[in-house]
Write a protein that binds this ligand. Structure first.
Ligand code: FES
Ligand SMILES: [Fe+2]
Length: 402
């Protein structure tokens, strides 16, 4: 059984009673002097209530990918840190997200993924909503066989929609509707990547149906996955094989400004090949950077990998303080590369390659979780050279909390 983030017994203590605020201020110091986030951010259940609100609900947070609901009427429930949501593809092919709760007596509407014909029907008393969230049927509301009531204003009981945006197939939601407009939010990253892909190229991304998805459950706080992803410092120790092909020296740091993303890039990416078969490539990729690949964590919970011949979205579903589900979604350029028979083996190999890398990382991130129970650790220090992107993520968290 999954124990979700929100423990009803939490007293909602002010942050200053949970941790030493001074320690959060220390995170924001120049890297040589800064400490990392204090232990409470990884082990204290009381801290969770704050992180949930300030780091997830106030921000653009990832809840899935659009290609997991490809057809009109496809629906999928998702639990975001205790909040039940419905992801749905409406009749105009638009992806929408609603709160997964009936406006009548509050029954949770949807339990498992499925395809719906016309309405989302509540299993309790059969109130029904169309795919725009509009309440369209209220059986027997006015007494047996009377489906209307003059005292009831249907239009006030539609489903509650969540501010949503799909970008590169990734579904982002802003639960509290208070973050800046998504286009503005993503602009710095789009500008950075304009040398690789332009807006038109984004449309050529196709999710692979056969080797396009896997997930991993890890016994650690979600933040460790992000921190680990941002740095190449651990390459020689955790990924000795990968380090032979893409050496630590061939990597560079990426620090997004304003502070919304961080990560690393490699200058030694080699396209996969079998015989003379290769995946199709992005057509507008800068010819001087054919071997560049970039790995970016867009805060809070998605890690993306961009290569000339494939793209992946590795997004995190925090299940509890020390449990996280990692979802890996893989994309290729055009239908042939993503789903054609010819390249099936290559897709299989690519998926296996990334899975192996991510499995190697699990030891590292679970080990950090265990270390965090030590009372003598205070958030530790950063290497001023190697840990810049990790520091950037810590600063983002600390600043959002304060
Ligand atoms: S709770 Fe949904 S119809 Fe009554
Ligand atoms: Fe790694």
């Amino acid at each position: 059984m999954i124990i979700f983030f929100v423990d009803q017994n939490l007293k909602n203590l002010p942050l200053s009673e949970i941790l030493d605020i001074e320690k959060l201020h220390n995170v924001d110091k120049p890297i040589e002097l800064a400490n990392g986030l204090p232990n409470e951010c990884y082990i204290s259940p009381d801290y969770l209530a704050h992180e949930r609100e300030k780091v997830f609900f106030n921000k653009w947070t990832v809840v899935g990918v659009a290609s997991s609901i490809p057809k009109p009427g496809d629906v999928r429930p998702h639990n975001l840190l205790g909040i039940p949501l419905i992801l749905i593809r409406d009749k105009n092919m638009k992806v929408r997200v609603f709160h997964n709760v009936c406006s009548h007596r509050g029954f949770k509407l949807l339990d498992k993924p499925c395809n719906l014909k016309n309405v989302i029907r509540c299993p309790y008393h059969s109130w029904s909503y169309n795919f725009d969230g509009k309440l369209v049927a209220t059986p027997h509301i006015g007494g047996l066989n009377n489906h209307q009531s003059s005292d009831f204003n249907k239009s006030k009981s539609n489903l509650k929609e969540v501010k949503t945006k799909v970008w590169m197939d990734i579904i982002f939601v802003n639960i509290n509707s208070n973050e800046i407009n998504f286009d503005e939010y993503i602009e710095p990253l789009e500008n950075r990547w304009s040398k690789f892909i332009n807006k038109k190229d984004q449309n050529f991304l196709v999710h692979s149906n056969d080797y396009g998805y896997f997930n991993l459950e890890v016994k650690c706080n979600w933040k460790f996955a992000i921190e680990n992803y941002c740095e190449s410092y651990h390459l020689p120790t955790i990924h000795p094989e990968l380090n032979k092909i893409s050496n630590i020296n061939d990597h560079y740091h990426i620090q997004g400004l304003p502070n919304r993303f961080a990560g690393q890039g490699s200058k030694k990416y080699e396209q996969l090949m079998k015989g003379n078969k290769k995946f199709d490539t992005f057509s507008n990729w800068d010819k001087r950077m054919l071997k560049n690949s970039e790995y970016i964590a867009l805060f809070p919970n998605v890690m993306i990998g961009l290569h000339i011949d494939h793209f992946y979205v590795f997004w995190l579903e925090p299940l509890s303080m020390n449990k996280t589900k990692e979802h890996m979604q893989m994309y290729y350029i055009g239908n042939e590369s993503a789903n054609g028979n010819e390249l099936k083996d290559l897709r299989k190999e690519n998926s296996r390659f990334w899975r192996d890398v991510m499995l190697e990382d699990i030891n590292a991130i679970e080990g950090m979780q265990e270390g965090r129970s030590s009372p003598v650790y205070n958030g530790g220090n950063f290497s001023p050279i190697m840990d810049q992107p990790t520091h950037q993520f810590h600063k983002w968290i600390a600043n959002n909390l304060i």
